[in-house]
Design a protein around this ligand. Structure first.
Ligand code: BGC
Length: 738
């Protein structure tokens, strides 16, 4: 290959770049622009949905077939096309939209995560697309952040487990031979994106080297070990160094230490940002030099292809070595071979009959059911309306009650999540699902507050709370659906984490009627509700459950199904107390003696791992086969879980470990294992087995090296506690304890 051909393979452009803009009513490829982009510059990758909104399978097939034919003719190498299918089939009309990442984390079901990604892969391939920018394994540890809902929650282990399952679902069993039904996954965003110090999207973080290795790197390590083919880089900087220029993280940690031969793609225009935004390069060309030398293999510079010219000059000037170009191109080509693009660069959509099928819908509904968390219930739920006289009425209210857009959040049909309702007219909002389940005659609808659909995501119309209060007079129970409208990335930034003033006011005034309120939270991030929560009889956290979230909620509110989800993040109570479950002991000091008598108390609304059910579970007999252990032992814990209530239910069993004394102040506790019980009938007991390697209890010391120190660990599962003792120190000289 010539240098130009190689650099072309390292270039990714947005699909709009090859659009014929003289055609207005639909997306049309421009022959002239294809000649330039593919013919002249040999560009090897294209991303995104045409015109930013989901299109049908035939349209996708036409576009991708044309691009592939052109690529084969001009370059002899197929194009690798990529899209953000973030919670199912974001960008193909009629596809199946699953719950978002936080919800999938809340299921604590590996099986559902794998299945969701498998279905998403199948439906993506039905549009001839071989590559998805998912899963997101950022640790969502900053509740103000506008992207917290995209990942599996705040914990490193949960993201690692679910990230791995998602990769296996997307890619299938053999990453070297992705078959017709699977796609290449792209882990993102490498790494530390989830803790912007300012709380705003795409702003810097200050993660210590220990925490980076121990927590933020963990999901990438696990997924790479299980064959993840590509990685997308965090847009931002950590400790002043943009990730796109970080040789240590991109080349040493990821490629050398793991001997990973996959491909690293930038995020949106992020090489340019090294110059124009971050000021660590003197020009765009200088930024390209930094990024490629740091280990970037493909540049997503969506709207300009001067990357091709500038990188060529850098090679000719000796500023980027030829061996770096060859390495990057091998990685791109390996991806193309592995995804089978050389044999079959496009497909006939009719060969994918299960696209958007009932079968896929049922899986998405089950995932939604298992992802909605019951946070409070004074007995109002389930709503037993059908056993009562036909006069019994439910008031469904709030701005989220009648909106698929709200149920889905961002990355749904469009980037910001607008227009879902238009694309899926027959799907059920919460209101429609409630009417269907309880009978329209039992449901009154009066929103009280509505969003301004033409404005920014946070804009609301002038409230009509009085109307809702009047409607409440003839209702027996109120289901108040509050939260947020959809948003994505930087446009979703906020300045106040509280639930909007109008929505709080709606709940307050409804509470004054004396009717019991079921507060339904439908939001991407945990908006503060500490003032209104005490006014509510029950609280249900839907997060962003997707297109079947309304139906799933009706299944749960009616008691047709039981809740079985737990919070995958800490729900804060106060603006200035945004701690995580794995806080340090000093954050929870009761009283200091002497003159400095103060309280440092961790006060949260609902804790990580919290979630109720219509039944109760008792834990007993926590045991372990190695009460004394070394790094090389596998500790097998067993615990009996009994359904002590009156209805069937499933319980996620979470096993936490606390290192009682360590040379670096230890985390309060860490999730080290989890599993979900099967459906337990009342009175039924199951013995759950949870395994933890001795080495899993290690931490990264001050010197950046893994260490397991002799001493006691408190282990907790439900109400059960025991102590295990590490007998022997172990220090690893390898970066990843291999
Ligand atoms: C986002 C990524 C996404 C990419 C391509 C970026 O703005 O940060 O998550 O994959 O765009 O659409």
């Amino acid at each position: 290959m010539t240098l130009e051909e190689k650099i072309g393979q390292m270039t990714e452009l947005n699909i709009d770049v090859v659009q014929d803009r003289s055609v207005k009513d639909h997306f049309q490829l421009s022959e002239a622009l294809l000649d330039s982009v593919i013919g002249k510059y040999k560009v090897g990758s294209i991303l995104n949905v045409p015109n930013g909104e989901a299109v049908g399978r035939q349209e996708w097939q036409d576009i991708i077939t044309a691009i592939q034919k052109k690529s084969m003719k001009e370059i002899g190498i197929p194009c690798v096309y990529g899209v953000d299918q973030m919670h199912g089939t974001t960008y193909t009309d009629g596809g199946t939209l699953f719950p978002q990442g936080n919800n999938m984390g809340a299921t604590f079901s590996r099986e559902l995560v794998r299945e969701g990604s498998r279905i998403s892969a199948y439906e993506t391939k039905a549009a001839s697309i071989p590559w998805v920018y998912a899963p997101v394994v950022d640790l969502g540890r900053e509740p103000r952040w506008s992207r917290i809902w995209e990942n599996f929650g705040e914990d490193a282990f949960l993201n690692a487990e679910m990230g791995r399952e998602s990769v296996l679902g997307f890619q299938g069993d053999d990453p070297n031979h992705i078959d017709q039904w699977h796609v290449a996954a792209c882990l993102k965003h490498y790494m530390g994106y989830g803790v912007p110090t300012s709380g705003k999207d795409r702003t810097p973080s200050n993660i210590s080297p220990q925490e980076m290795r121990e927590k933020h790197f963990a999901p990438f390590l696990e997924a790479v070990h299980h064959g993840a083919l590509t990685v997308m880089v965090n847009s931002q900087s950590n400790n002043g160094m943009p990730l796109h220029a970080n040789y240590e993280y991109l080349t040493q940690w990821l490629k050398e230490d793991l001997q990973w031969d996959g491909m690293v793609v930038t995020d949106w225009a992020d090489i340019v940002n090294l110059w124009s935004r971050d000021h660590i390069a003197t020009s765009k060309k200088d930024a390209i030099r930094l990024a490629i030398n740091a280990g970037i293999d493909m540049s997503m510079d969506p709207y300009s292809w001067d990357f091709c010219t500038l990188l060529k000059e850098l090679v000719q000037e000796g500023k980027v070595p030829m061996r770096r170009i060859d390495d990057a191109v091998r990685r791109v080509l390996r991806l193309k071979y592995r995804t089978g693009l050389f044999e079959k660069p496009y497909y006939d959509w009719k060969a994918f009959p299960l696209f958007g099928s009932k079968e896929h819908a049922e899986k998405a509904r089950e995932a939604a059911r298992q992802s909605i968390v019951l946070l409070k219930n004074n007995g109002t739920l389930p709503l037993s309306v059908d056993q009562l006289p036909s006069t019994k009425k439910i008031l469904v209210t709030g701005p989220n009650a009648n909106s698929l857009r709200c149920l889905n959040g961002g990355w749904s049909v469009t980037w910001q999540g607008k227009h879902v309702d238009k694309h899926y007219p027959s799907m059920h909002t919460i209101l429609k699902a409630m009417q269907q389940r309880f009978g329209a005659e039992h449901v009154i609808y009066e929103p009280g507050v509505t969003y301004n659909e033409e404005g920014d995501w946070w804009q609301e119309n002038t409230a009509q709370i009085d109307k809702a209060v009047q409607a409440a007079a003839s209702a027996d129970v109120i289901v108040a659906c509050v939260g947020e409208n959809s948003y994505c990335e930087t446009p979703g930034n906020l300045d106040d984490l509280s639930l909007s003033a109008q929505q709080q006011q709606l709940v307050r005034q409804l509470a004054a009627t004396g009717k019991p309120i079921v507060l339904v939270l439908n939001e991407g991030r945990p908006r503060l509700v500490s003032d209104i929560e005490p006014l509510c009889a029950a609280v249900v956290h839907c997060m962003l459950p997707g297109n079947y979230g309304g139906d799933a909620l009706a299944d749960l509110l009616s008691g047709d199904a039981n809740f079985s989800a737990k919070l995958p993040f800490t729900y804060p109570r106060h603006q200035a107390a945004l701690t995580k479950y794995d806080y340090k002991p000093c954050e929870q000091v009761e009283t200091m003696s002497g003159a400095y008598n103060y309280n440092a108390v961790v006060s949260v609304q609902w804790a990580f791992g919290f979630g109720l059910s219509y039944t109760t579970f008792a834990y007993s007999n926590l045991r372990v086969d190695h009460p004394q252990f070394t790094a090389d032992d596998l500790l097998t814990f067993t615990v009996d879980v009994t359904n002590t209530g009156t209805v069937a239910g499933r319980e996620p069993v979470l096993l936490f470990a606390s290192d009682l004394v360590a040379s670096l102040t230890p985390d309060n506790r860490r999730l080290r294992a989890f599993d979900k019980t099967p459906l337990l009938q009342p009175g039924q007991t199951v013995t759950m087995t949870l395994r933890v390697k001795g080495s899993d209890l290690a931490f990264v010391g001050y010197d950046g090296k893994w260490v397991l120190e002799a001493g006691d660990f408190r282990i907790q599962a439900g109400t059960e506690v025991l102590t295990v003792t590490c007998t022997t120190d172990k220090r690893w000289s390898t970066p990843n304890r291999d």
